[in-house]
Design a protein around this ligand. Structure first.
Ligand code: FES
Length: 428
């Protein structure tokens, strides 16, 4: 498989929110009430923001890496991805090597996206999940309603700057105050994923809402940000994974069911990142353990890692090798469980379905459904958001701690900003 070629990218790497129409307050308020009655909550009145007013509206911003919706977006996607030193550290050669690698990779990755239907479904799912979560939040947390859904991708449209511009157009920030929650859609924290998205958000916040000449990062009326930075063992997330596994287990004959191996698969990390102290491997393992606990440890299981590429050392064992080895040993009943993604994307639809499962050539090797539009999962998102809004915290305590080996001033400044005045002294 192409996975082992040098200077190729990790697969997950390679691989509208709401409208802000401005009209009169009475017209849009009426529309909003009518839509609420119809159970639609995505079109909310334009925000006439007043930092001293009620607690709503609240912008709910989903952060994720994104993916090209069409094959002709692949090169731009790869160019941004290779330019991200948080994800692919190429050192001083980043701006030179990045575009070269992106160009070289484009035709092959375009073919992969063609094979899964012409583009990534991640935008469709992210927008759907965020909109549905906001509808639930309007009901269960009316004190911060209306909740307005936004999506910010790191490498594809809608990019962070596009989302931030929309926020400002919709009436948030820029002297008008208001509240926004950056909600990572990576359940387990890594500095190369959530950390990278937060670095980007912090950059655009500084550019678009402006650092004052005196260096003040919190000018009056600026948008107030808080962050949901990780949720690896939330019971609703665990339940959604467990139900999908149980559904797939039912497809095996009853007498064989307990012998099916559950193979949890997450995107790998270079060992240089792991050894720097990145929290991701431990948090992924925590999710796996919680899911197995919920399943009452009904099956043998392993955690393995996919999409590692290039000549350097990556966290293993690799998913593809694991399946190959187990099948060779006669263990031909295996369910692959993507445990670190919240929707389908090229790593599930192409790498697992069209490579790993196809190459296993055994009808007992299957995959559990991705979370996608799963209502249990969307309810979990609303629960996580509600608890965050009620708690009133800026971010988790865990986010204040930098990796042991981190030497990045950007990480330091970003964390101090999101930790807020009270907790910034904890950032080390
Ligand atoms: Fe992890 Fe900077 S690399 S905090």
């Amino acid at each position: 498989m192409a996975l082992r070629r040098p200077l190729t990218l990790p697969r997950h790497i390679l691989n509208g929110a709401c409208s802000g129409v401005r009209s009169t307050v009475s017209r849009t308020a009426l529309t909003y009430v009518q839509e609420q009655r119809k159970g639609l909550a995505t079109a909310v009145p334009p925000v006439t923001q007043d930092a001293t007013g009620s607690k709503g509206p609240t912008a709910m911003v989903f952060l994720n890496m994104g993916g090209p919706s069409k094959t002709d977006e692949v090169e731009d996607f790869l160019s941004r991805l290779f330019a991200d030193g948080d994800l692919i550290p190429l050192g001083r050669l980043q701006s030179y090597l990045g575009p070269l690698i992106a160009k070289r990779r484009t035709p092959k990755i375009q073919r992969q996206y063609s094979d899964i239907g012409g583009g990534s479904p991640i935008r469709k799912w992210s927008e759907y999940q965020c909109e549905e979560m906001c509808k639930l939040l309007d009901k269960i947390n009316p004190e911060t309603a209306p909740h307005k859904p936004y999506v910010a991708f790191r490498y594809a449209d809608p990019l962070t700057e596009e989302m931030y511009t929309k926020l400002l157009e919709d009436g948030f920030g820029n002297g008008r105050g208001g509240r926004a929650v950056a909600f990572t859609q990576y359940p387990q924290y890594s500095c190369s994923t959530t950390g990278s998205s937060l670095n980007e958000l912090w950059k655009w916040r500084t550019r678009l809402e402006g650092r004052r000449a005196n260096g003040d990062m919190q000018p009056s009326g600026a948008l107030q940000w808080s962050v949901i930075d990780r949720w690896p063992t939330h019971p609703g997330l665990v339940e959604a994974f467990a139900r999908n596994i149980e559904e797939q287990l039912k497809t095996y004959p009853e007498e064989k069911r307990n012998g099916v191996v559950l193979l949890f698969s997450a995107h790998s990390l270079p060992m240089s990142v792991v050894n720097r102290g990145d929290p991701y491997p431990a948090e992924v393992a925590a999710t796996v353990h919680a899911v197995m606990q919920r399943l009452n440890f009904s099956n043998p299981y392993r955690l393995c890692w996919q999409s590692q590429v290039g000549p350097s050392a990556w966290l293993g064992a690799q998913t593809s090798d694991t399946v190959e080895n187990y099948v060779k040993r006669g263990q031909t009943d295996i369910i692959l469980v993507p445990i670190a993604f919240t929707s389908d994307h090229i790593e599930t639809l192409y790498e697992l379905d069209l490579e790993v499962i196809k190459e296993a050539n055994s009808p007992g090797v299957k995959r559990a459904e991705s979370l996608n539009g799963n209502p249990i999962f969307i309810q979990a998102l609303a629960d996580i958001a509600q608890k965050h809004l009620r708690k009133g915290e800026k971010c988790s305590l865990q986010m204040t701690l930098r990796c042991q080996g981190c030497k990045s001033d950007r990480c330091l400044e970003q964390k101090k900003f999101f930790a807020g005045e009270k907790m910034s002294s904890l950032v080390v």
